[in-house]
Design a protein around this ligand. Structure first.
Ligand code: TYC
Length: 158
């Protein structure tokens, strides 16, 4: 190609360049407008009525209603014991459950007097992660504090 061009005049060369660049642009545009139609991305480009190969006839077509369901919820429950310092429990409630000091103190005292108490309600994976973070933190600090995740019955409503 390079050698062939050497023998053409300047004007010819100029024409060739113009023609070449026009062609490239035209081909590109055409390719873009055609190529999407047969791909999985085509429906994202607009309503189905634009699609030449799909005909719904006289039927009214309603979009399918998404079938959504809330994830089952789990309670994170803190258990009382005789050895874990109250201050440690308060700090755990602040750190892992986002409670302020006043709320954390209330919950800690409720657990202390009633034997157990709910720290929060979450989807299963989050509840289990929080419970195991609390248990790990207690173990790391040498305290017997225990935390559990259990299915909650509060998630019945649809
Ligand atoms: N009962 C503990 C004490 O008297 C305090 C405590 C509160 C421990 C709550 C655990 O989940 C707990 N030091």
């Amino acid at each position: 190609m390079r050698r062939a061009l050497l023998f053409r005049g300047r004007k010819n060369l100029q024409k060739l360049r113009e023609r070449g660049s026009k062609r490239r642009r035209l081909d590109y545009t055409k390719a873009m407008s055609q190529s999407g139609r047969n791909t999985a991305f085509y429906p994202l480009c607009g309503p189905d009525t634009d699609r030449p190969d799909q005909d719904d006839g006289d039927l009214a077509v309603a979009p399918a209603k998404p079938q959504l369901k809330r994830p089952p919820l789990y309670r994170v429950v803190l258990l009382n014991d005789d050895y874990t310092p109250m201050e440690f429990v308060v700090q755990v409630l602040e750190q892992f459950f986002g409670m302020n000091r006043e709320k954390a103190t209330q919950v800690m005292l409720a657990v202390h007097t009633q034997g157990k108490g709910v720290c929060g309600i979450y989807p299963q994976d989050i509840a289990e992660t929080k419970a195991s973070q609390v248990n790990q933190s207690a173990r790391d600090s040498g305290h017997p504090l225990l935390c559990e995740a259990e299915p909650s019955s509060d998630d019945d409503e649809d």
